[in-house]
Design a binder for this molecule. Structure first.
Ligand SMILES: Cc1cc2nc3c(=O)[nH]c(=O)nc-3n(C[C@H](O)[C@H](O)[C@H](O)COP(=O)(O)OP(=O)(O)OC[C@H]3O[C@@H](n4cnc5c(N)ncnc54)[C@H](O)[C@@H]3O)c2cc1C
Length: 503
């Protein structure tokens, strides 16, 4: 049986303890042992459809769960049936006969929706392939990460959902195989997955970033690039105000030459102390991609600079000693940030996956962001730091860069994006300071969007305004996939209804 019940009705708290589903009945979708992936997902998708029918009979809403990481509580739903997908995590190669003409089967992998980003990355790397971007951590499920538009700071890439070439989605009315109109997989392959093909650009673009409102994603076809090496450079440097202009213009080479090495970087991330961001050293991370070679000296994740969570340990101090916030944050940045590999250290290399870490749960996490047009960085950045610090925001501020991401309601919707994250310990003061930041951006007429997974104070009116026609297209696509309002309501929750995604 692919779906099993876990325990009696009760409470379920998400990974970082930001929300609890009350009176929840928990189920788990589990991988089987079928030799071929298409057979396995056909069995699972049928079981999911039966489970949805049973939930309707029981008059319960449903909530699919990935790793449960999202602090925005888009993974929380009380008086519901929860479906844990984490153990539905096998990955399968794709054969040349399984794809339509012109599609490179060797680049693709069939992934069960609960596979962690880490697991997908490992499987691809074992085949000489790689993801081209992902978030700073890799402990999310692939479907969960795509659902909220997870991203990192690969400057020429979009979000993790850009890897998706086809999606199997189960709704009460059917098992759908969704692809762009040009098609990806062969009809025979799709038929073997037990799905009805739906080749439609708008529905595909909507389903790439569904925020849990579009049915249950059971499987994905993931694209990849040839495996590559990255050389990290990580250092603490005072960043000059003028350097923001280079970043805003996309002159990452100049930024790299000033603070690391004179080479085009593929990844640039800057973590600053919002209290005097240009007077105190910022934590910089650069990655330089190189062609794969097997004989590179292996480095540990620590040597590669993976993970930077130690900051959250200072939560209590930051909250209790407001007068010392700027200094404490700087102290934390120094302690928590891997010291190197800096420019003058012997270079270390790793694959994309080796440079990532899976985060431990962070109780009392605060996590919010704004995504702006990169061209607005210079005028927005100092303003954001000033407002945030003035109102007692007690987290570091991270700046990351990415190109427009796929998915109709991807927050990275500008041609070139700067994403500004506020990640650290939770406190009311920090939440209020973030609220003042977004108020001020509005007052200054700086256009921005917010991350679906983070605690960003979004509501339905704001979502509709932020995404405009793309949101209307997203809803129209959702309604074509699930024309029956009762089916759409099945995926509702207090949070998702409030965002206007399920009504
Ligand atoms: C410590 C930490 C670090 C992070 N780092 C980054 C980062 O670097 N960059 C970034 O962009 N984001 C980051 N995030 C946000 C994170 O990537 C998202 O919260 C992501 O959605 C988590 O994936 P998940 O598998 O835990 O999904 P969940 O939180 O379990 O679910 C997310 C949404 O997807 C839905 N869903 C999950 N699986 C399915 C399915 N199979 N079918 C249909 N719907 C489904 C859920 O119902 C929910 O609505 C971070 C979050 C934390 C807590």
């Amino acid at each position: 049986m692919p779906i099993v019940t876990i325990g009696a009705e009760g409470r379920w708290t998400n990974y970082h303890g930001t929300g609890t589903s009350e009176e929840a009945t928990r189920f788990a979708l589990r991988s089987g042992v079928a030799e071929r992936g298409r057979d396995e997902i056909a069995i699972a998708a049928r079981a999911v459809q039966d489970w949805l029918a049973a939930a309707q009979v029981a008059k319960r809403r449903v909530r699919p769960l990935g790793a449960g990481w999202s602090p925005s509580n888009v993974n929380i739903s009380s008086q519901s049936w929860l479906l844990h997908t984490r153990r539905f995590n096998r990955c399968f190669r794709i054969g040349g006969d399984d794809v339509r003409p012109g599609i490179d089967a060797a680049a693709l992998m069939l992934v069960e929706a609960g596979a962690l980003v880490d697991e997908v990355s490992d499987k691809l790397e074992a085949q000489g392939r790689s993801l081209w971007t992902s978030g700073a951590g890799n402990g999310q499920t692939f479907a969960g990460a795509a659902a909220t538009g997870t991203h990192g700071s690969m400057i020429a890439r979009g979000g993790i959902q850009d890897h998706i070439r086809a999606i199997q989605i189960v709704t009460p009315a059917g098992i759908h195989w969704i692809e762009p109109a040009a098609g990806v997989m062969s009809d025979a392959f799709i038929a073997a997955t037990g799905s009805i093909p739906l080749r439609d650009d708008a529905i595909f673009a909507a389903a790439q970033l569904p925020v849990g409102s579009f049915g249950i994603v059971t499987a994905l076809i993931i694209d990849s690039v040839p495996k590559f090496l990255v050389r990290p450079i990580q250092n603490l440097r005072k960043v000059d105000r003028a350097a923001l202009d280079w970043l805003a213009e996309g002159d990452f080479r100049r930024f790299s030459a000033a603070y690391a090495i004179d080479r085009d970087p593929d990844f640039v991330q800057m973590i600053v102390n919002p209290y005097k961001p240009f007077k105190r050293a910022a934590m910089l991370r650069f990655l330089y991609a190189e062609p794969w070679r097997d004989d590179y000296p292996r480095a540990t994740p620590g040597q590669l600079g993976a993970g930077h969570d130690a900051l959250s340990l200072l939560g209590r101090l930051l909250n209790d000693y407001p007068w010392a916030r700027g200094a404490l944050l700087q102290f934390a940045m120094k302690l928590g940030y891997a010291s190197g590999p800096d420019v003058d250290a012997p270079p270390v290399f790793g694959s994309w996956g080796e440079g990532l870490d899976t985060h431990r749960p962070l109780a009392d996490l605060f996590n919010a962001s704004v995504t702006i047009d990169r061209a607005d960085l210079t005028r927005a950045f100092e303003l954001i730091c000033a407002v945030y610090a003035r109102h007692g925001g007690s987290t570091v501020v991270t700046v990351r860069f990415m190109e427009r991401a796929q998915g109709l309601i991807a927050p990275a919707r500008f041609a070139h994006n700067a994403v500004i994250d506020f990640d650290g310990p939770r406190s009311q003061r920090t939440a209020d300071a973030y609220a003042r930041v977004v108020e001020r951006l509005d007052a200054e007429g700086i256009v921005f969007t917010r991350h679906w997974a983070k605690s960003c104070r979004l509501d339905a009116a704001r979502v509709a305004a932020d995404y405009g026609d793309d949101f209307r297209r997203w809803r129209a696509a959702r309604d074509r996939l699930m024309p029956d309002p009762a089916h759409r309501a099945l995926f509702g929750s207090e949070i998702l209804d409030g965002l206007g995604l399920t009504l």
